[in-house]
Design a protein. Structure first.
Length: 113
């Protein structure tokens, strides 16, 4: 939930460019996601005032090698306030169902070859 591009980018979003730029980069999620092959599921509230949801949009677009991506941007979700069922459980079940359908299709394809 509410991932950030990098620790430095999160600090810039929270404290401003001058102070955030002083932070040494340790967690560069943007760079790491470029090589992820597993399915990626991200939920980020559009009303998150701590980490802008645009970080998640940026990150999901980096998942070129992923075997499936799923981005959910609940319009009323903030950083700390959300509806567990509507904003988390339902999208997660949809993602898992989508993955299951692709796994079944892949297995059927393997049998046909």
């Amino acid at each position: 939930m509410c991932p950030y591009k990098s620790l430095q980018e999160a600090a810039i979003a929270i404290m401003g460019r001058l102070i955030g730029s002083l932070l040494i980069e340790r967690f560069d999620n943007a760079e790491m996601l470029k090589s992820v092959k597993a399915p990626v599921f991200i939920i980020h509230g559009q009303k998150d005032t701590l980490i802008p949801f645009e970080h998640s949009e940026y990150l999901i677009n980096l998942c070129k090698n992923s075997k499936g991506t799923f981005l959910v941007l609940p319009p009323e979700m903030t950083h700390n306030l959300f509806n567990a069922e509507d904003d988390l459980v339902t999208p997660l079940l949809s993602f898992l169902s989508h993955l299951g359908q692709h796994l079944i299709a892949d297995k059927q394809h393997d049998r046909l070859i």
